[in-house]
Design a protein around this ligand. Structure first.
Ligand code: XIL
Length: 372
């Protein structure tokens, strides 16, 4: 009898513990599983990751992400290095990786002024540019028809004030190139979702330019399904309100909204540097790379809070968001270690360079725990 009483006393504790165990079990799930009802959770893959060079990294990718973008290898300088030569060796491997792992595959990117094959930058003639666009877009999109689920058809066509960037495409064809690009992509794969992708297009002036651009494409008879907001963001900006206004404005046009290259820099912005005194250089670069060994806890917490508020907003507008893709798998591999200043140590993602989940990861996961 005494023993039973004892047991009864302990019962609440036993129930509490088992709930806790269940909760812990829940914490073991991944980003992609936690967010599977809301939107895809993607990552950008570099060559080593596509080739599965590092087993630990590979199992992290497969566990956490259900969408992939090629960080570089599908850009024009790699797939179309000279006028009569395409090189699909790496992109074939990228597609095979996605198919094998049942992932959503995003194509990045068809028409972009950067990482352009040098011969493309030389095109001066309207007829030659038209022929290039037709050949380039039709060849690549048809090759992966039914395999690539969505495309960045045009990347970064806008200036910060919302006007059109004076790229080789605009200079030869005028703004009609935008309509043509979307028409050609739709003709080559009518079922793929077609996106316009840019950075800072959540900011009001550029957003307005982006909205005009989308309208132009539609009025010209092009098919456009979504807008990609790159989301290379900072701890303090853009504000949640600005991001929210953009989600609402773009989806009001009937478009899907994707966050396509999410990362958050924690390092100082070099453009705050004034003057060009060579003696300032050393001091300047040490100041510009404040956390070469470890991210201080206070900044780790700030980053985690920033990610929490961003994902809270994403959850609020889950019906309008198709995909959230991080620009890289872990901090050690991020392009932000070398841009805009080479050789710094940045901490912009959810996994550290040892592939350990950071506080920011826990925060993003916790949002789903409390929702259920
Ligand atoms: C970056 C890659 O991450 C780097 O490895 C490369 O050196 C330069 O390009 N906007 C884009 C991406 O659309 O393709 C860029 O990726 C980052 C900015």
């Amino acid at each position: 009898m005494k023993l039973i009483n004892h047991y009864l006393l302990l019962l609440p504790l036993i129930i509490f513990n088992s709930c806790n165990a269940q909760k812990k079990e829940k914490n073991v799930v991944s980003l992609k599983d936690s967010y599977k009802k809301e939107f895809y959770i993607g990552t950008a893959l570099d060559v080593n990751q596509i080739e599965e060079k590092n087993a630990k990294e590979d199992s992290l990718i497969k566990k956490q992400f259900n969408a992939i973008t090629a960080e570089n290898i599908m850009k024009s300088m790699f797939v179309h290095p000279s006028k009569d030569k395409y090189d699909f060796a790496m992109s074939d491997k990228f597609i095979a990786y996605g198919e094998k792992n049942n992932m959503f595959i995003h194509g990045h990117t068809l028409i972009w002024h950067s990482q352009l094959a040098p011969w493309m930058a030389e095109i001066k003639d309207v007829a030659e540019m038209k022929a290039f666009m037709k050949n380039h877009i039709t060849t690549i999109v048809s090759k992966y028809k039914g395999k690539i689920d969505s495309w960045d058809v045009v990347n970064e066509a806008l200036n910060e004030d919302g006007t059109l960037r004076k790229s080789v495409f605009l200079n030869t064809l005028g703004e009609q190139y935008l309509v043509d690009a979307f028409k050609l992509a739709a003709a080559a794969d009518p079922k793929a979702d077609l996106y316009y992708n840019d950075y800072n297009n959540e900011e009001p002036a550029k957003r307005k330019g982006n909205i005009d651009l989308i309208k132009k494409i539609k009025e010209g008879g092009g098919k456009i399904d979504g807008v990609g907001i790159q989301a290379h963001w900072r701890l303090e900006s853009p504000s949640i309100e600005t991001i929210e206004e953009s989600i609402l404005a773009y989806s009001a046009l009937g478009l899907k909204v994707a966050f396509t290259e999410l990362d958050i820099t924690v390092l100082p912005n070099p453009w705050d540097l004034k003057g060009a005194d060579v003696n300032q250089n050393f001091e300047g670069s040490a100041k510009m790379n404040p956390y070469p060994d470890k991210l201080p806890d206070s900044v780790q917490v700030k980053l985690a809070e920033r990610y929490a508020s961003i994902f809270k907003l994403f959850l609020k507008h889950q019906d309008k968001i198709s995909r959230v893709t991080f620009w890289g798998v872990h901090d050690g591999q991020s392009w932000l270690n070398d841009w805009p200043i080479k050789g710094r140590t940045n901490y912009p993602l959810l996994f550290d360079k040892n592939l350990k989940p950071k506080k920011a990861y826990q925060n993003v996961m916790k949002l789903k725990d409390t929702k259920e």
